[in-house]
Design a protein around this ligand. Structure first.
Ligand code: UTP
Length: 300
């Protein structure tokens, strides 16, 4: 089995109802923060983490996504040799540095179902998942790059977590944790493949923990902690078999949290408190905060 992470899955089939009417004809993942669509930020984070194969789960009305990650010959022709050509530099770099494949989720039955729909694009190998509406930024290595480093050591599923106010636990998957894991990587002779590519100076986030329980959108009084799962995952491929057996949970949707709990019961899921900032761009408040943050950063 392939053990390095090469592929990143982007579930992008949701309706984005919180952004209606903007998302009536435009996918939520294509809404721009400054001049760049949310999905492009996600793809750039995956490339930075060393991944080169982007697998996108789309749905009806999401064709703009495929067009964005393709050459627009007419546009290229129009602006060739002009000062405006520089505006296309970043997206050209993305297109030449990775491949894109797509599949459609026919019925929107939840995030777990969207990930299962992506199985045909992923196959039998560990993979990353980015929810592009969670926009992350870090001065040092990106959040996914940090998680890939952690995967090299532990070779199991990993979820990025962040402390949220208790009154917000009902918006997230919430984890219960036990023992704290060592983050420093010790090189071992018998793990030469991991040792070769690992950067020993890599600065990881705060802490990693073994997960003992997870609950989807609990009310504050039922929440086992205030550690919320955000839109970055590394998953081992056995998750697909588990998802196939997972019954609809909270909200009648197939929840990735319920499937991950099966792996967690075998001690195989890590919660990682990442280094960096996260903006919930699926909400208007988070989107505005991200826009202000990136605007100030670009003018600093
Ligand atoms: P969200 O619940 O945040 O997205 O799902 P949404 O449903 O599009 O947004 P609202 O609540 O209606 O405003 C998290 C991620 O999972 C994807 C979404 O596209 C988003 O990236 N998703 C969700 C799917 O791909 N398929 C689904 O059936 C559900």
């Amino acid at each position: 089995m392939q053990t390095t992470i090469r592929k990143c899955l982007f579930p992008a089939a949701g309706y984005g109802t919180r952004f209606l009417p903007a998302t009536k004809a435009i996918p939520k993942e294509m809404l721009p923060v400054l001049t760049k669509p949310l999905l492009q930020y996600g793809v750039e984070e995956a490339i930075e983490a060393g991944l080169n194969t982007m697998a996108i789960v789309t749905g009806r009305g999401k064709r703009a996504i495929e067009d964005h990650f393709d050459i627009s010959y007419e546009l290229e022709h129009q602006i060739k040799g002009t000062s405006k050509e520089s505006y296309l530099q970043e997206i050209r770099k993305v297109i030449t540095n990775c491949t894109f494949s797509y599949t459609r989720q026919i019925e929107m039955k939840g995030l777990g179902h969207a990930i299962l729909t992506g199985e045909t694009l992923i196959g039998e190998e560990p993979f990353a998942v980015i929810l592009a509406d969670d926009l992350c930024d870090n001065e040092d290595a990106g959040v996914l790059a940090q998680m890939v480093q952690l995967y090299k050591k532990y070779k199991c599923s990993i979820v990025a977590v962040e402390e949220v106010p208790y009154e917000d636990t009902n918006k997230y998957g919430i984890v219960a944790i036990e023992e704290q894991l060592a983050l420093k990587y010790e090189f071992r002779e018998d793990e030469s493949d991991a040792g070769e590519t690992l950067n020993p100076d890599f600065s990881l986030g705060d802490k990693a923990f073994k997960i003992t329980d997870m609950v989807e959108k609990p009310s504050p009084q039922d929440a086992p902690s205030n550690l919320a799962i955000i839109g970055r995952y590394i998953l081992t491929p056995d998750i697909f078999d588990i998802l196939r057996e997972t019954k609809p949970g909270k909200g009648g949707e197939i929840q990735i949290t319920d499937a991950l709990l099966q792996q967690a019961k075998q001690g195989k899921v890590i919660a990682y408190k990442f280094q960096g900032k996260r903006f919930d761009c699926g909400s208007v408040d988070g989107f505005v905060a991200a826009t202000n943050y990136f605007y100030n950063k670009s003018n600093a």
